[in-house]
Design a protein around this ligand. Structure first.
Ligand code: ATP
Ligand code: MG
Length: 688
């Protein structure tokens, strides 16, 4: 392995070679910041630094996987796999697993996902009598969860929160929830995502032994997308860096898009305040996009007032203008996207994996997903509600765990809650108490609930039937050797299906939701089959891990190649595609309607500059061709509603765009390839 530095410009090379002391690389999109990190890792390895001493943190699992993949090619798999490479969360979890005592967690601690957190907060609200009329309706759970999370990441303790001045009743409710929520987490022996970072920061501060250990181990730190780190992440970086301060962070203040989640752009702009000896390197050239795309990006982002002045200097000359598409309605917008994908694949020889459709909100993806599915075109979804993220799937997964791994108390609690079976919080406390005294799991306590006094009769009935259903399913599982049919029987038996149907409101929605469960059963079947093919027993823990870990894992299994990407703008950060379609560019979508109608509190309300940065992130994902689409009307609750174009479209320089107004151009006969395109799509679908 010999590192070739010739693929870097002089500034990049300087950044790669400045390995000792703090370094900030502040530069625009597509300027090679991530490339600097990967090359730096190889450079350090070549200088003899053991891979276990090198830590590279990126923002999403997807980005970390990409980095690992690039490093596989540069260093070989064995070395790349012994690097510490991941997200703050995954590295934090690994540190806790290695030293549970130091970090104050049980040996086998659970990690709550978003759904679990919601469940816990809902339970606390109920407990505090804060649910009011109409059950959870009084407070939007999301707002409370977010408030608590912001406090945790700012090191505001439950007691501190109680003492704050509250602007809204949300803040007040959140402060009341915070303490009991933390207690419940502890009682469950679990942590939430925020703990994976805050707990690391506080332990490194308070525990000298842990600090010395990790500082000695993590000798070279690198952080990508640093503009989106929050206070807790900054503290983790500082406390890991210690006095040595071998820390290299790269980022772009113009791509700070997680302010709503507590990210602090001051972390990057004030880097030299935290690391006094810091050296700053700027990268000016954009290697990713053709000139018109860069110029559009520059024009858009220049409208923001609070920013570090810089602009993208395109290295790739030539290229098409950016196409701004106006569709008469949402339906035609989707059809246009289908047609364009066709043309690019057919006429320009593009591969599906070279194409991305990006949008502001996850729900915009439904129409595109339906269209691609209809044509049998392969796609993957980043961010948003992929199957494994849906509530129904997690509920079903909880039942699978109760059946196979009955010691998982978190899963038992979840299963016990859906469908509701008259088991209230008090009863759960009695059960937990009973379990604790006898060193039992929650599931075992449920099987013996008849021994517990004080359980109301309705709850007792609920527990008995739950226990019987689980035992039946377990017996079935042990005799059949496969989990698929027993799980299916269990879900039907406990009435999960009816529950999903009832909750969904419409048949279409119910089918869509149940599809997730069907998908899970199929995935489980495939997993067992693979285990059988290898001649071994299915290790269901592996299955749980695949399901729990990143959303991208299942997709990795089938290989990400050959698929069109559908992604939210937030999840698209750091990635690039030859062809990008940025859709739904209308007021109320982008900028999001939250911006014009702020609610909750200023800390949470969106801000227009952040929306513009999101738009900038979208534009700068495109390498060769960019389409920006909008619809003039959309169907909302059965009525055609006129839509205003996004104000950001006004900022695009006229010389760098061409407007394609579908209705007008069709009238003028410009779009006669449309029907040919659709015929081809149908053929393509057969072929794929
Ligand atoms: P973002 O801000 O979007 O995360 P980035 O600054 O991390 O972007 P990279 O993803 O590292 O940029 O690089 C963008 C593209 O430019 C990549 O395809 C990369 O391979 C290419 N690139 C970077 N530096 C050079 C270079 N010196 N010569 C040629 N290509 C380069
Ligand atoms: Mg990058």
């Amino acid at each position: 392995m010999a590192l070739d530095l010739s693929g870097l410009n002089p500034e990049q090379r300087a950044a790669v070679c400045a390995t000792e002391g703090p370094l900030l690389v502040l530069a625009g999109a597509g300027s090679g910041k991530t490339r600097v990190i990967t090359h730096r890792v190889v450079y350090l390895l070549e200088r003899g630094v053991p891979p276990g001493n090198i830590v590279a943190l990126s923002f999403t699992n997807k980005a970390a996987d990409e980095m690992r993949e690039r490093l596989h090619k540069m260093t070989g798999k064995a070395i790349a796999d012994s690097l510490v490479l991941g997200t703050f969360h995954s590295v934090g979890a690994a540190m806790m697993r290695e030293q549970p005592d130091h970090f104050g967690v049980p040996k086998k601690f659970g990690i709550l996902d978003q759904g679990d957190v919601y469940g816990l907060v809902r339970a606390v609200l109920r407990d505090l009598g804060l649910t009011g009329q109409g059950a959870e309706r009084r407070f939007d759970l999301g707002a409370i969860v977010q408030r608590v999370s912001l406090w945790k990441n700012d090191f505001v303790s439950p007691a501190d929160a109680q003492g704050l001045y509250f602007e809204t009743e949300y803040d007040e409710a959140a402060a009341a929830v915070y303490g009991p929520y933390e207690e419940r987490l502890r009682a469950l022996g679990a942590v939430d995502f925020d703990d994976l970072i805050c707990r690391i920061a506080t332990t490194l501060e308070e525990n000298a032994e842990a600090r010395a250990y990790w500082q000695a181990k993590f000798r070279y730190l690198m952080v990508d997308e640093y503009q989106d780190t929050n206070r807790a992440q900054l503290e983790v970086v500082r406390r890991l860096a210690g006095e040595r301060e071998n820390v290299c962070v790269v980022g772009d203040d113009d791509q700070a898009i997680y302010g709503w989640r507590g990210a602090k752009v001051a972390n990057i702009l004030g880097f030299d305040m935290y690391f006094k000896r810091a050296q700053t390197i700027k990268l000016e050239q954009n290697y990713r996009s053709y000139a018109p795309i860069c110029r559009c990006a520059n024009a858009v982002i220049q409208r923001n007032t609070s920013r570090h002045e810089k602009s993208l200097v395109p290295q790739r000359r030539g290229g098409d203008k950016v196409t701004v598409v106006v569709a008469p309605d949402g339906e035609q917008e989707s059809r246009f996207i289908g047609r364009t994908i066709y043309r690019e694949i057919k006429d320009r020889g593009m591969k599906p994996e070279d194409i991305a459709v990006l949008y502001r909100s996850a729900k915009q993806c439904d129409a595109i997903e339906a269209l691609l599915q209809e044509h049998g075109l392969p796609y993957r979804i980043l961010g948003g509600q992929a199957f494994y993220d849906k509530k129904q799937v997690k509920d079903a997964l909880a039942y699978l765990k109760v059946m196979i791994a009955p010691k998982d108390d978190l899963a038992t609690r979840r299963a016990l809650d859906v469908p509701s079976r008259g088991v209230g919080l008090k009863t759960i406390e009695h059960l937990s108490e009973f379990a604790r005294h006898r060193n039992l799991s929650l599931a075992e306590a449920i099987h013996r609930s008849e021994e517990i006094a004080d359980i109301p009769s309705r709850a007792a009935t609920g527990l008995r039937s739950f226990s019987a259903a689980i035992k039946r399913a377990q017996a079935h599982f042990y005799t059949s050797g496969s989990a698929v049919a027993p799980l299916q029987g269990l879900l039907e038996g406990v009435g999960l299906r009816e529950y999903v149907l009832k909750e969904a409101g419409s048949e279409a929605a119910a089918t869509a939701r149940w599809d997730g469960v069907v998908w899970l059963l199929e995935a489980l079947g495939r997993f067992e089959q693979r285990a059988r093919a290898k001649g071994g027993q299915a290790r269901y823990n592996d299955f749980f891990q695949v399901m729990n870990a990143s959303k991208d894992k299942e997709e990795d299994e089938d290989g990400a190649g050959g698929k069109i990407t559908l992604s939210t703008l937030h999840s698209a950060k750091g990635l690039e595609w030859p062809l990008v379609l940025l859709i739904g560019c209308e007021e109320g979508i982008m900028p999001h309607k939250r911006v014009s109608a702020p609610r909750i509190s200023d800390a949470i309300a969106g801000d227009l500059e952040e929306e513009r940065r999101l738009f900038y992130v979208g534009i700068t994902r495109a390498r060769d061709r960019l389409y920006i689409t909008r619809a003039a009307t959309r169907l909302e609750r059965g009525a055609e509603v006129p839509r205003k174009p996004s104000r950001f479209l006004d900022d695009l320089p006229e010389a760098d765009i061409q407007v394609h107004d579908i209705a007008r151009d069709e009238r003028l006969g410009h779009d006669n390839v449309a029907s040919r395109a659709e015929a081809f799509l149908a053929n393509l679908a057969k072929g794929l």
